[in-house]
Design a binder for this molecule. Sequence first.
Ligand code: ZN
Ligand code: ZN
Length: 300
Amino acid sequence: MINVTLIGTGGMLPLPDRWLTSLWVEYNGNACLIDCGEGTQIAIAQHKLKLSHLDTILITHTHADHISGLAGLLLSLGNCGKTNTLKIYGYTGITDTIRQLLCICPVLPFELEIHELPLDGINSFDWNEMKISSIPLDHSIDCLGYSFTLCRKPVFAPEKAKALGIDVKFWKTLHSGNTVTIDGKTFTPDMVTAEQRSDIKISYITDTRYFDGLADFAENSDLLICEGMYGDDEYIEKMLEKGHMVFSQSAKLAEKSHSKRLWLTHYSPALTNPMDYEEFMKKLFPETTISTDGESTILK
Ligand SMILES: [Zn+2]
Ligand SMILES: [Zn+2]
């Protein structure tokens, strides 16, 4: 089960009733946070997420609304007794920015491991049995989008294993994808499993202009979390200049990528009531949620 919580839904600056956009993904008791703007640690506490579970932070880019809360969060992690390593991922050059932020929290009781991801296409790495991929976005500065993919093993079929006379002690090995040989007979994993299960995929796209490669990156997402600064198409040109999208472009991305669900986020502070566009969005992409802070789901 993957717990996905959208910690905040704001862009640019936090508002009294809207924290800045960041995402919490938790699986197997380990959590990964994407972005950490001002106030993110307060929002994490409000949503009752356990800071002690956090082992990885992904940074999309170094605009303040995505990173200015990092130093405070690191201090709080230290205060809550974290001693194991925290990994931070961002694009090439992120180390300098993080080191500068660290000058206000120079002593932390845990190790920081900073990983720089290239800006030359899609890159992937492993986290917590899942694959995380990054893609360069088209914003006013370098920026990365991310996706999480959990490849699920087919369901184990004990009745098949029993019928083949395979001792229980070999079941786990077979279900892990390994072949076993017992008394000269070879058994392969497909002999003891039922139907294949599809992967679970979550994509997180902010901040960026719309471009065609986004749909390939987010292809078949179970949940696409995507920015939308404004609900009205009259802002398309203005957002193109600023390196952002409007709601209808997020819907286009959800449709083109064959995503199952869309959560909108990163609203302009000037957009006081995003829910006004609910009906409009349901027509464009019915499985849209005009997210509010703390939007949460379990994927399984
Ligand atoms: Zn932003
Ligand atoms: Zn930005």
